[in-house]
Design a protein around this ligand. Structure first.
Ligand SMILES: Nc1ncnc2c1ncn2[C@@H]1O[C@H](COP(=O)(O)OP(=O)(O)OP(=O)(O)O)[C@@H](O)[C@H]1O
Ligand SMILES: O=P(O)(O)O[C@H]1[C@H](O)[C@H](O)[C@H](OP(=O)(O)O)[C@@H](OP(=O)(O)O)[C@@H]1O
Ligand SMILES: [Mg+2]
Length: 339
C-alpha cells in the first residue's frame, strides 16, 4: 500500500509508553507513510524494506559501551544493517548520537562553536577521572571551575544513573564526586530553565522549573536526581528561591538568541532531534547551555508528530546525505508558532 514509504521506529519501553501511537500513525499516514515498530529481537532484513529509521537507542548504546554483550550485538546488527542500506534515512545517525552519551565530549563541542559572540557560553567544566583529590583540585583550577559546581556522571543518557548529580560547595567535600564524572560551574539563574526542542529546521522553547541560586560555603554536598527538578510538573524543594533572591528581576528569553543556539547546535552535532537546556545568568543576562539531549521528551511542543513528519519528508526530499545536509542548511531555524 505504501510501497517503501515505511518508517521503522525503535525506542525504549519507557519512551514508547509516552508516545500516542494512534495519533502518530495517523499523522504518518497523512504524509503517505506507514509506521511500524522495529523488533530488534528479530532479523531486521525480514522486517524491511523501510526508507526511514527513527530511533532512540541511547540506552542500548550505553549498555553496549559498558560491555553488555547482548546490547553490543544489537548495536552491531543495527549498524551493519544501516551500512548495507545506505539509502535509509537514519534519524539520528548513531555516531552522532554517541557524542551525546559523553557529557564532556558534548560540552567540548558546544564550547568550540562561535556562540560566545552572541552572549552564550558553556559553564567552565572539566572531567573528574580520579579519586585523588589533589589531582582533582589541579583539574578544577586548570579549567577555572569554581565552587559551587555541579558534578554530573560522564554518561549523559541511557540509564537512571546518568541523572544522579551533586552540588559541591567546597574543596573539603570533593570526595563525594564519584568518577567518571564532569564538574560544571554552577550558574545562578533564579530557578528558571528554558528547554529548546529542535525537530529538523523547526524549534520551540518552554520554560521549566530549575535549581535555586547557590553560593560557595562550608555546607555539605547536595545529592539530587535531575529527573526530579526540571520536568514540567516538578516541585523540588531545591527550586524554592531564598527570600532575598525573590527580588532579582526576571530576564525574558530572547527568541532570536534561542534560535541562534538551536541552529548552531543542530549543525554542530549534525542531528535533527535535540533538546537544549539553557539558563540565563543572574545580573549578566548571559545564556548558559548546561545540557544537550538526544531525542528528548518534547513535552509542550505543539503538534510534535507533524513537525517530526515534516523533518522526515525534508530529509527524504533533500536527496543528499545527512552529513552534508546540515552544513548546507540556511542560517536559522523556524520557531513553531502557536495560535
Ligand atoms: N551548570 C549548572 N548551573 C546551574 N544549574 C544547573 C547546571 N547544570 C544543571 N543544572 C540544573 O540541574 C538540572 C539537571 O541538569 P542536567 O540537565 O545536566 O541533567 P540531565 O540528567 O542531563 O537532565 P535531563 O536529561 O532531564 O535534561 C537542570 O535542569 C538544572 O536545573
Ligand atoms: O524534559 P526533557 O524532554 O529534557 O526530558 C528528557 C531528558 O532530557 C532525557 O533526554 C531523557 O532521556 P534519557 O536520558 O535517555 O532517559 C528523556 O526521556 P525519554 O523517555 O523521553 O527518552 C526525557 O524525556
Ligand atoms: Mg537537562
Amino acid at each position: 500500500m505504501f510501497g517503501n514509504k515505511r518508517i521503522a521506529c525503535w525506542m525504549s519501553e519507557k519512551k514508547s509508553q509516552k508516545v500516542k501511537w494512534a495519533e502518530f500513525e495517523q499523522v504518518c499516514s497523512n504524509y503517505g507513510y506507514e509506521l511500524f515498530k522495529l523488533d530488534l529481537e528479530k532479523d531486521i532484513e525480514n522486517q524491511g524494506p523501510f526508507s526511514v529509521f527513527l530511533h532512540k537507542l541511547t540506552d542500548i548504546i550505553a549498555l553496549a559501551n559498558q560491555g553488555d554483550a547482548k546490547s553490543k550485538n544489537t548495536i552491531n546488527l543495527v549498524e551493519n544493517y544501516i551500512s548495507t542500506h545506505p539509502e535509509i534515512i537514519v534519524i539520528d545517525p548513531i555516531p552522532n548520537v554517541r557524542q551525546l552519551l559523553d557529557r564532556y565530549k558534548a560540552y567540548s563541542i558546544i564550547h568550540a562553536t562561535d556562540l560566545h559572540k552572541h552572549g552564550v557560553f558553556t559553564p567552565n567544566f572539566c572531567e573528574i577521572t580520579t579519586s585523588n583529590n589533589q589531582k582533582t583540585v589541579e583539574e578544577l583550577n586548570a579549567a577555572c571551575v569554581t565552587y559551587p559546581f555541579i558534578c554530573k556522571p560522564s554518561l549523559g543518557h541511557g540509564s537512571k544513573k546518568a541523572h544522579e548529580m551533586l552540588i559541591v560547595f567546597n574543596e573539603g567535600n570533593l570526595r563525594d564526586c564519584k568518577p567518571p564524572c564532569v564538574a560544571q560551574a554552577f550558574i545562578n539563574h533564579n530557578a528558571i530553565l528554558y528547554k529548546i526542542f529542535i525537530v529538523g529546521d523547526q524549534y520551540y522553547f518552554v520554560e521549566r522549573p530549575s535549581l535555586k541560586n547557590f553560593h560557595a560555603s562550608d555546607q555539605k554536598t547536595i545529592f539530587f536526581d535531575s529527573s526530579d527538578v526540571s520536568k514540567a510538573d516538578s516541585q523540588s524543594s531545591l527550586s524554592v528561591l531564598d527570600l532575598e533572591d525573590e527580588q532579582i528581576p526576571k530576564t525574558r528569553p530572547d527568541p532570536i538568541i534561542l534560535g541562534k543556539i538551536a541552529c548552531t547546535l543542530r549543525k554542530a552535532f549534525k542531528m535533527d532531534l535535540l533538546g537544549v537546556d539553557v539558563v540565563i545568568e543572574n545580573f549578566t543576562g548571559k545564556y548558559a547551555i548546561i545540557d544537550v539531549n538526544a531525542y528528548p521528551g518534547y513535552d509542550g511542543f505543539p503538534n510534535f508528530y507533524h513537525a517530526l513528519l515534516k523533518c522526515i519528508v525534508d530529509q527524504v526530499n533533500s536527496g543528499i546525505n545527512t552529513e552534508r545536509k546540515h552544513n548546507l542548511k540556511v542560517d536559522c531555524l523556524n520557531i513553531i508558532k502557536t495560535n
